[in-house]
Design a protein around this ligand. Structure first.
Ligand SMILES: *Cc1c(COP(=O)(O)O)cnc(C)c1O
Length: 399
């Protein structure tokens, strides 16, 4: 298959393991354990049981009849990852990694978080499995996401502030890698997206691939055919690769990743890595990154905290190079309009991240004919974003 990584986790020229020697042992131990357990029927049965009995899988593939009628083109289906426990797709990856860590004899999870979504999911899995948990979070983000900090503490997790650099997600990732180097015997680094050194991009993708495994069967059941397009938002790229994976071999299915353009790809206030980034090496992988004129990682911006990572997973970089997947920028304004549109049209408030994919569906569905079908992944629910959207519209909810 073209989409399995070649030696040492390469996706075309991307991916790899660009890490200091001190981290090599941890990464090799993880690679060997994952190779062993991914093919183990007992491990997979246990994970499926967790997905179904704890996370609420399989998630619905919902036919958005009102939206379809209103747009007057392709039939729109929503893959409802927003209905999972903790409100997003993140739990799929976290349950997989926490279970693997347990099998490896680890008693402690560490994780990075930006907006707090991955931190909350990891804290949740740690509580469930009786593991110790420490989450690293930029001090800027801790202030902006105080509610999620408290949520993690409720779940029994220690949150450690990171003040290095810009005090945001990329600095939290760097700090978590540093901590892992210091303590690999009892600790697993539960990384939150399809990024970092091999085996993370492959392993996280495999755990998220449950999205397209279900969606493919569900659309065949509902429509008797494959979709014409699958759309998902792209931050690091985990919900998107999970949504694409089982359709990659189906040439007639367009795969469309929707990036956060922020205030526009012709401004500096953007997080659209494919549109504005360049090839580079950061956080253990070769891929595309937003960089300044000196090749330093550029500060990124999006209204959506979950999409403002300055890079993209290496498998997406490969799918971009080969042309198998398309990546399109979606601005804050377009995403906010889509957030409001889906809320009033379908009674579903999407995460502002997911609203980026909804926005692109609103653009393309009317250009397609009524026999055509698109699937849009709703990566998460939007309750967490309501106050920020109100603020964007000039209303202060005094939260
Ligand atoms: C974290 C998050 C994202 C972005 O992460 P990916 O790895 O690109 O999927 C998207 N949507 C929601 C709801 C999130 O919480």
């Amino acid at each position: 298959m073209t989409n399995s990584p070649t030696s040492r986790g390469r996706f075309g020229i991307h991916g790899g393991q660009y890490i200091p020697e001190t981290l090599m042992n941890a990464v090799i131990e993880l690679e060997e354990a994952y190779d062993r357990y991914k093919a183990d029927p007992a491990f997979n049965a246990e994970l499926t049981e967790l997905f179904n009995s704890y996370a609420g899988r399989p998630s619905l593939l919902y036919f958005a009849a009102n939206m379809t009628a209103d747009l007057g083109g392709a039939k729109v289906y929503l893959k409802r990852e927003d209905l999972n426990h903790t409100g997003a797709h993140k739990i799929n990856n976290v349950l997989g990694q926490a279970l693997l860590a347990k099998k490896m004899g680890k008693t402690r999870l560490i994780a990075e978080t930006g907006a707090g979504q991955h931190g909350v999911a990891t804290a949740t899995a740690a509580a469930l499995m009786g593991m110790e948990c420490v989450v690293y979070m930029g001090v800027e983000d801790m202030e902006r996401q105080a509610l999620n900090v408290y949520r993690m503490r409720l779940l029994g997790t220690e949150v450690r502030g990171v003040s290095a650099g810009t005090g945001t997600l990329k600095d939290a990732v760097s700090e978590t890698f540093r901590e892992w180097t210091n303590r690999i015997d009892d600790t697993h680094y539960c990384l939150g997206s399809v990024m970092g050194p091999h085996p993370f991009p492959t392993m996280v993708r495999d755990f998220q691939a449950v999205i397209s495994r279900e969606a493919r069967a569900q659309i065949l059941e509902a429509e008797g055919k494959l979709p014409d397009a699958v759309l998902a938002c792209v931050g690091g790229g985990s919900n998107a690769i999970g949504s694409f994976y089982h359709f990659i071999g189906d040439e007639g299915v367009r795969l469309i990743g929707c990036e956060a353009a922020g205030r526009g790809i012709d401004t500096w206030e953007t997080a659209a890595t494919m549109s504005t980034g360049k090839l580079g090496i950061f956080h253990g992988m070769k891929s595309y990154f937003c960089q300044d004129e000196y090749g330093q990682i550029a500060p990124v911006y999006s209204i959506s905290a979950g999409l403002d990572y300055p890079g993209v997973g290496p498998e997406h970089a490969m799918l971009h190079d080969s042309g198998r997947a398309e990546y399109v920028p979606v601005t804050d304004e377009e995403a906010v309009c889509a957030f409001e549109y889906l809320s009033r049209t379908e009674g579903v408030i999407p995460a502002i991240e997911s609203a980026h994919a909804v926005a692109h569906a609103i653009k393309i569905a009317p250009t397609m004919d009524t026999e055509q079908v698109i699937i849009v992944t709703l990566s998460g629910r939007g309750d967490k974003d309501v106050a920020a959207i109100a603020r964007y519209r000039g209303e202060d909810l005094h939260e």
